[in-house]
Design a protein around this ligand. Sequence first.
Ligand code: DQA
Length: 139
Amino acid sequence: MKIQIINGPNLNLLGIREKSIYGDSSFESYFATLQQRYPEHELSYFQSNKEGELIDKLHEVGFDYDGIIINAGAYTHTSIAIADAIAGINTPVVEVHISNVYKRETFRHKSMLAANCVGVIAGFGLNSYRLAVEHLTEK
Ligand code: DQA
């Protein structure tokens, strides 16, 4: 299966940024372990700090990939444009968060994207991504 992981703003700083919340591993090193774990699947990774680039990637892969895993970072809580992009494509999208957003500030409790996604996985650290891969690839 072809699965695209999309990370939004500030997630390029994983391993450096607020380690007590997001851990001390970079996404690149975690992604390498994920690829090793699922050699039978084609996993791709894209990160951008720009809303429009996230939307362009959703459009690019959203009609022929088998699944998309998105952590839109803070855009999760604000972006009607990303929500519309998810609604407009055919590929199922799983929303993920590293932290348990429901334990944090109330502005993080609302997701603009969730209603257009298959489901939401939050609070399992980087394992949230693996759980999303498990869902998308389960037989
Ligand atoms: C996050 C949670 C968001 O509220 C925050 O803005 C992020 C990361 C997470 O993975 O826990 O950038 O999406």
